[in-house]
Write a protein of this length. Structure first.
Length: 398
């Protein structure tokens, strides 16, 4: 992977030159860092999220001066302050983030303290090769330092470019083990990018204490992986090494069910879809509901809906053809009546639920039940039976 300066310069947003000049006039140096650098070498473009490390050869970090810099940048777009002294600048759909170099010192109780268990010290004069050690993987620890808007130098003290070429994940420093969320990030990157672990990183992952990992971090990293089923499968494999690591499913019950789950899990970005899919393949969705603190009332309705839906695999609409007075007394019809209105109620409260998609895919004989309009002029039917009559009438048209 060769450094193509012309391509780098041409790929930068049009606002970059003005940003560079504003910071350069105060003696600041800009170094593009993180995922943008990695993605450029992988894809040949930077995207719309650019993170810059802002250093200074002589100044020490000063909050007032940093705020003054933010005010200067605000003339170009919307400025927001983020944790760890990060300044975010939004300009026409592109986000620029600026942060001073920093050293992170972990607390003595890091084994049980969880994520963000460190203090940060900011230093404009901190050398890049020192500041970069706080990052997770070497492929995310490269920098493109600009001496002018048209002159750029690659900084790669940890051989991230070599690891990128070899599709390897390797940690930046011994502090990697002290942040349990980085375990999830390692699995996420391996799933998303199809990278392997170096033997040294694999050893670190095996020794990381994971008892403090929370469900919110797990869910976030699963979604970022773009393949949450594969990521969860890998995490259950890792749980055999890390029994302290809590997950919403267990290895034994899922060992032969992944293909079946993949087939029925229509929207992995929604907890409701997971609960429905688990019930559909014969596993309880209750553990998922409790692990991720999904509403128990919603979960109960979804689980009942999934169980009732499966019964219609073996029922055809013709079963309910006939006289209303005869059909309405049958147990199967009461099941249909409950199922129809449960679907309607769930979709009314949350129209994004993929219930109709599941009916269309797995119960195609019944999808038109939800596409026909119910009859409205039913005044001749006694009030207790009107809703049942409407469902019966729909069945006659299937």
């Amino acid at each position: 992977m060769k450094l193509d300066q012309k391509k780098i310069i041409s790929s930068m947003p049009p606002n970059f030159g003005e940003i560079f000049q504003l910071l350069k006039q105060d003696g600041f140096t800009l170094t593009l860092v993180g995922g943008a650098v990695r993605d450029f070498f992988l894809k040949g473009s930077f995207g719309h999220d650019l993170d810059f490390e802002v250093s200074h050869a002589t100044h020490t970090f000063n909050k007032d001066q940093w705020k003054n810099l933010a005010r200067t940048l605000s003339h170009l777009g919307k400025v927001t302050f983020l944790p760890y002294e990060i300044i975010r600048l939004d300009i026409q759909g592109t986000q620029f983030e600026f942060s001073p170099p920093r050293v992170e010192t972990f607390t003595a109780e890091w084994k049980s303290a969880g994520h963000s268990n460190f203090t940060a010290d900011f230093d404009f004069k901190l050398p890049f090769e020192v500041a970069i050690k706080r990052r997770d993987f070497t492929i995310n620890a490269m920098g493109l330092r600009f001496s002018s808007p048209k002159d750029v130098e690659l900084l790669d003290p940890l051989n991230g470019l070599m690891h990128l070429r070899d599709k390897l994940l390797h940690h930046c420093s011994s502090d990697f083990i002290k942040d349990p969320v980085r375990f999830l990030r390692a699995i996420r990157f391996s799933v998303k990018m199809h990278f392997s672990f170096t033997s040294e990183l694999k050893s670190v992952l095996e020794r990381m204490p994971l008892q403090s990992l929370g469900s919110s971090y797990l869910w976030l990293e699963m979604q970022k992986s773009l393949n949450p089923i594969v990521m969860l499968k890998q995490l259950l494999d890792w749980q055999q090494i890390h029994p302290e690591f809590k997950l919403p499913l267990d290895f034994q019950s899922m060992s032969l069910r992944w293909e079946e789950l993949s087939r029925v899990l229509i929207d992995p970005s929604r907890h409701e879809s997971w609960i429905i899919a688990l019930e559909w393949i014969g596993l309880s969705g209750e553990s998922w509901q409790k692990f991720f603190s999904v509403s128990s009332e919603t979960s109960t309705r979804l689980r009942r809906w999934a169980l009732n839906s499966k019964k219609f695999i073996h029922l055809k609409p013709e079963v309910f053809h006939g006289e209303f007075d005869t059909i309405r007394e049958r147990a199967e019809f009461n099941l249909l009546f409950d199922w129809y209105f449960t679907t309607k109620q769930l979709l009314q409260k949350n129209p994004e639920l993929p219930l109709l998609k599941m009916i269309e895919d797995f119960l195609p004989d019944w999808i038109h039940l939800y596409r026909f309009e119910v009859v409205k002029d039913v005044k001749h039917i006694d009030p207790p039976f009107r809703a049942k009559y409407q469902v019966w009438n729909l069945c006659q048209r299937l």
